[in-house]
Design a protein around this ligand. Structure first.
Ligand code: PFF
Length: 506
């Protein structure tokens, strides 16, 4: 039977799509506060170590694995064995039903703020505006409160855009969209950075951003955050890169593409940090407060501190705000579409359901699920679920991925496959990282996270809410086990197995 799998139109198209998935809210919203929270410039050291020790090796693994097996994550892992298939499902299911549900709502906030930028509706007290007027935040996770209509409506818009892009085949929908989104994103970010650097006090902001506080490197949390951020940022352990690589042609230049994706993504985070911190430096100067006191963590940075800084700018405030939030919206949507593709292609591979139906179903369920985060208590649940998915879900997925591919699949054969398709080559050090180094690091983070979990309650939330958060992840794991037991559509596993020398690798 012929292999009917869709293909990217070009290598550049693939690269834009992969970079589009990697560059997201995390690069601007998450990276800058992680950096600030963990000793400013000192954070760049563990971040760089994380790139070399886990980011690049795993990116090579996911590309090579998806390419050699010509399948979505479940299909690729099913070719190793039925037990491994569970991991293939767990990754996209967890990302879709945890991360993507709140991620889409954060994009929806950005859409609202884009509109607010026109008349700087957030006023002088941006903190009270965000928490009291916009979110109308309740007292705690137990009080879900009412639906916030503006958030719900913009979330509907977000899901609609995602649906429009995804229901067409990849080369028509995602590839075309990312070819427009990515250059636009780079251009807008460059404008914002150059603009930011002209402001008084920008150098002070950058000094704060880049000056390393080496003493922080002794802290376990700093390293854990760096690895967590690396995973989230490169969309590793999501099953996305496996699915994207499955649409590559035979000569795919996997090594070059893996290096490029990782470097462009991390370079972008670093670069976008200039836009964030130069403006914070300006704000510190104008308000006469030291920079360390003006910066807030978490969502506060993009929705409280940055709007305040935008209002203080000497000219063109609205334009600056529109640019900033537009960047966030574009970055967010190009990441969101990738998870719909990862799970959509998985369902198509296994059950042979028509693409239009699968994507529509996922977008409708996604929208309904994201309603939780449109409620007044949604932010607490975002915080709890983000904690479990990033500290356990993604890290455990990366850990198991290394163990399965490192030990059940012969890494030297996968390496050969990767090298055969690439101009640049990788050597045995990669095998060693996948088999030993990366899983050791990830395993120790898992143990450390568990230790901390029991030592102190996360953010002081009542146990019952934490149990619900962790329980939801376990439920999704059970769902992954269940789906992996269902039969594959006739012949799909076998047919695609032989499509690109997959047999070689088991
Ligand atoms: N790599 C994205 C980021 O850094 O923002 C994270 C992401 C989230 C990717 C959700 C895909 C996704 F569906």
């Amino acid at each position: 039977m012929p292999n009917t799998r869709d293909r990217w139109n070009s290598q550049v198209g693939f690269l834009f799509a992969a970079v589009g998935s990697a560059i997201g809210l995390g690069n601007i919203w998450r990276f800058s506060y992680m950096c600030h929270d963990n000793g400013g410039g000192a954070f760049l050291v563990p971040y760089f170590v994380a790139l070399l020790a886990a980011g690049i090796p795993l990116m090579l693994l996911e590309y090579g694995f998806g390419h050699s097996r010509a399948g979505s994550a479940p299909l690729s892992f099913a070719k190793v064995g039925q037990k491994s298939e569970v991991l293939g499902w767990f990754m996209p299911v967890m990302v879709m039903f945890v991360i993507m549900l709140y991620y889409s709502v954060v994009i929806a906030w950005c859409l609202n703020y884009l509109v607010f930028s026109f008349d700087l509706s957030w006023g002088a007290d941006t903190e009270s505006f965000f928490y009291n007027n916009f979110l109308k935040l309740s007292e705690g996770p137990g009080q879900l409160g009412d639906v916030r209509l503006p958030i719900l409506l913009s979330s509907l818009v977000v899901w609609f855009i995602i649906w429009i892009i995804c229901f067409k085949k990849v080369s028509h929908g995602i590839e075309r969209a990312c070819k427009i989104f990515m250059p636009t994103l780079f251009l807008l970010t460059a404008v914002l950075v150059i603009w930011g650097l002209q402001l008084d006090g920008a150098t002070e902001g950058l000094r704060y951003y880049l000056r390393p506080d080496w003493s922080r490197l002794k802290e376990w949390k700093v390293w854990n955050d760096a690895f967590g951020q690396m995973f989230f940022s490169l969309s590793l352990g999501f099953g996305i890169m496996i699915a994207y690589a499955s649409y590559l042609p035979k000569r795919a230049n996997i090594v070059g593409n893996a290096y490029l994706t990782s470097v462009i993504n991390c370079g972008y985070s670093f670069f976008a940090g200039f836009a964030v911190f130069s403006v914070l430096g300006y704000m510190a100067q104008v308000s006469g407060v030291p920079i360390k006191d003006v910066v807030a963590g978490g969502p506060g940075l993009a929705f409280v501190v940055y709007p305040r800084a935008i209002s203080l700018l000497p000219a063109f405030n609205s334009l600056f705000g529109v640019l900033f939030f537009l960047i966030l919206v574009i970055a967010g949507i190009s990441s969101g579409i990738s998870i719909i593709e990862a799970l959509g292609s998985a369902i198509q591979d296994k059950f042979s359901i028509n693409r239009f139906r699968v994507i529509t179903l996922l977008c409708v369920t996604g929208f309904l699920g994201s309603l939780l985060f449109c409620l007044q208590g949604g932010l607490y649940w975002l915080d709890i679920l983000d904690h479990y998915s990033n500290n356990y879900g993604l890290v455990a997925a990366g850990f198991l991925e290394c163990l399965i591919v490192g030990w059940a699949v012969k890494t030297h054969l996968l390496r050969k496959h990767i090298n055969d398709s690439s101009t640049l080559k990788i050597n045995r050090i990669w095998d060693f990282s996948i088999k030993v180094i990366t899983p050791l690091i990830l395993g120790s983070f898992l143990v450390g996270a568990l230790y901390h979990e029991f030592a102190e309650r996360y953010e002081g939330y009542a146990i019952k809410y934490l149990v619900i958060g962790a329980g939801w992840l376990l439920f999704l794991l059970a769902a992954a086990v269940f789906i992996s037991r269902l039969p594959w559509r006739a012949g799909s596993l076998k047919r695609e197995h032989s499509s690109r020398g997959g047999k070689l690798l088991t």
